[in-house]
Design a protein around this ligand. Structure first.
Ligand code: GDP
Length: 618
């Protein structure tokens, strides 16, 4: 059941709408006398909430209890606002005792927002995240099996990457790949499909590192969260402990006057699922999710595969417009004509509206998850777009990525490109996080705000790198190194990972970067190695080495060092390079040559001459 202290002890009742909504509290007299209040002839939900000192979510829920669906900017007439205010213990003059005049399913339609010509309310798209084993998959299954859309009875959802259920006559779309990695991977590819994140926390276990990660990933995306406190059937379940832990993470729960809704559920025993769905719908109302179905379709691929018989199959979540069989589409760098579409029950459909997941048949090749689908006017236009995209892709592959980096920060701040310096902070021990976070956030100026969007202990993971890509963040490791996979991904995507072991240096670097004073970091790259075989005079006082190039090449005038028994004994440049007494510019692997190193005359056979150059890494 939803946790609302204002209604603690109240038993849930089934309303005319069919939703499980707990009734408003009986007046016991303990609340104190009603506070006097005046209201205008009409007032928006948001303003009313402000006057009542409660959240818009609380007002919307109270309206729902009266059978009225409203969103946050909706104007409420005096008589409706007054009844809600009364429920919150305010006293008005001349108010109706009951909302009979407007309540009830038929009449409540009056208060639904009249959809504008183009935009209509669309179902919310929900992702489930949380720590491993806390019940994400079980919850997705429980929702899928308890709420199969009645009109499509008999159809048990198939796994196609997303499915829809119905609650209170309204649809909700769930993405069927749980976890914040999948969520952020989509974002890193530029696809933002999720409207609401459900964070699952097992009531017998509590907030764990991946719970915190999931919350941070949702926050970084600006996606509102609902916490599903799962496994409440277990004897050791302690929802109150979980709420306390959530509070410690800075989540202000609804029952404390905040925006974060918690719902107690058991995926195993099917408890609390209707309440969870109801709260998703409330949050969706507040978020005012709209889309126009009367446009050419646009959507995002959530899953794709090659089917032996049917060819490329792509599950697409439609986000705006309507996709029809026969439409010509471009999807990432592929395209085609929609031959057929299947919904999440495996049923053939001729059209798909906003927030509907459908399998699209008829694409030329298999697209990638995260690719955007767009319906276009015809095949000619599709070809032109795809050609352009192909070229663009080649260009992007050749050009360095424009990820966030400390080194470029100053110019980006000056160009007004950066307003927030997003930081992901990984440390070896928990105790280092807070002092570093505070020191970094103190560096914020009027132009740029330093924000730690995620922090944690342990190594730098691929999930951290994905978050950095999706949120244009810099990763700072304090005594924490990246895992090999994460390092590779960061290099490929141009994500800046900085390692420090002294807090002062870390904070100083960020401060310098913000002021454009950061010294670039160079890395030495070896171009070639040659082994000294003999030594001979090359001038009056100088000696050269007769060498064989074993690796790469030696180039005149580049940086060089002489290595003896693994130790560098001299560093300067290659002063002369000769083959058969002739000056040459470079000598490649396998060839012999005479090498003079600036300021060095003490070669002995066996020494190694390394030619190298410095490359800027930041
Ligand atoms: P995931 O890793 O987050 O997807 O977690 P799963 O859905 O795979 O669940 C992990 C384990 O917890 C499984 O053994 C489930 O049967 C069990 N589990 C999930 N939900 C509940 C619940 O509400 N109550 C109980 N008792 N067990 C649950």
């Amino acid at each position: 059941m939803t946790t609302r202290p204002s209604r603690q002890g109240a038993r849930p009742v089934r309303q005319a709408t069919g939703a499980m909504i707990a009734p408003a509290p009986e007046r016991t007299g303990k609340e104190g006398p009603r506070k006097p209040m005046e209201l205008p002839a009409s007032i928006t939900v948001k303003d009313l909430a402000g006057r009542l000192g409660v959240t818009p979510v609380q007002v919307i829920k109270q309206l729902m209890r009266n059978g009225i669906m409203a969103n946050v900017n909706q104007e409420l007439p005096y008589e409706v606002a007054a009844v809600v205010a009364r429920d919150f213990n305010f006293e008005m003059k001349d108010i109706p005792k009951k909302l009979t005049a407007v309540a009830g399913s038929k009449k409540s339609a009056r208060f639904r927002e009249e959809p504008s010509k183009d935009q209509v309310i669309r179902p919310p798209v929900v992702t489930i995240m949380g720590h491993v084993d806390h019940g994400k998959t079980s919850l997705l299954d429980a929702i899928r099996h308890t709420n199969v859309i009645a009109t499509e009875a008999g159809g048990i959802t198939q796994h196609i990457g997303a499915y829809q259920v119905e609650s209170d006559g309204k649809r909700i779309t769930f993405l069927d790949t749980p976890g914040h990695e999948a969520f952020t991977a989509m974002r890193a590819r530029g696809a933002n499909v999720t409207d609401i994140a459900i964070i699952v926390v097992a009531a017998d276990d509590g907030v764990m590192p991946q719970t915190v990660e999931a919350i941070d990933h949702a926050r970084a995306a600006g996606v509102p969260v609902i916490v599903a406190i799962n496994k409440i059937d277990k004897p050791g379940a302690n929802p109150e402990k979980i709420k306390k832990q959530l509070g410690e993470l800075g989540l202000v729960l609804e029952e404390w006057g905040g925006e974060v809704i918690t719902v107690n559920v058991s995926a195993k025993k099917n408890l609390g699922i209707p309440e969870l769905l109801e709260n998703i719908l409330v949050l969706a109302e507040v978020s005012e999710l709209k889309a126009s179905p009367n446009k050419p379709a646009a959507g995002t691929v959530v899953e794709a595969e090659m089917d032996k018989n049917q060819g490329p199959l792509a599950t697409v979540l439609i986000q705006s417009g309507t996709l029809h069989v026969g439409d010509v589409v471009v999807v990432g760098t592929t395209g085609g004509k929609v031959k057929a579409m299947l919904n999440d029950k495996g049923k053939r459909v001729r059209k798909a509206e906003p927030a509907a997941p459908v399998i699209v048949l008829g694409l030329d090749t298999v697209p990638q998850a995260g690719d955007i689908l767009e319906a276009v006017a015809g095949e000619k236009e599709a070809r032109a777009i795809l050609e352009k995209r192909g070229l663009q892709k080649q260009r992007e592959a050749a050009a360095p990525k424009k990820a966030a980096s400390l080194d470029q920060l100053y110019s980006q701040i000056r160009e007004g490109q950066v307003k927030d310096l997003n930081i992901i902070l990984k440390t070896d021990v928990q105790g280092s996080i807070e002092p570093i976070r505070l020191s970094l956030e103190k560096l914020s100026t009027d132009q740029v705000k330093v924000k730690t969007i995620h922090s944690g202990t342990g190594t730098i993971t691929e999930s951290d790198v994905l978050l950095a890509i999706a949120s244009r963040a810099i990763i700072i490791g304090f005594n924490s190194k990246p895992e090999p996979g994460a390092k590779k991904m960061a290099e490929l995507e141009g994500v800046d990972i900085r390692n420090y072991s002294v807090i002062y240096n870390l904070v100083e670097d960020v401060e310098k970067a913000m002021k454009g004073m950061l010294e670039p970091v160079y890395e030495e790259v070896v171009d070639g190695r040659a082994t000294v075989k003999s030594v001979f005079p090359s001038g009056k006082k100088t000696r050269a080495a007769g060498c064989q190039v074993n690796e790469g090449k030696l180039v005149r005038a580049v940086l060089a060092r002489v290595v003896r028994a693994g130790k560098v004994i001299h560093q300067s440049t290659i002063a002369s390079l000769r083959r058969f007494k002739e000056d040459v510019k470079e000598v490649a692997t396998g060839f012999e040559c005479g090498v003079g190193v600036d300021g060095f005359n003490d070669f002995v056979p066996g020494d190694v001459i390394e030619a190298y150059h410095k490359e800027r890494t930041s």
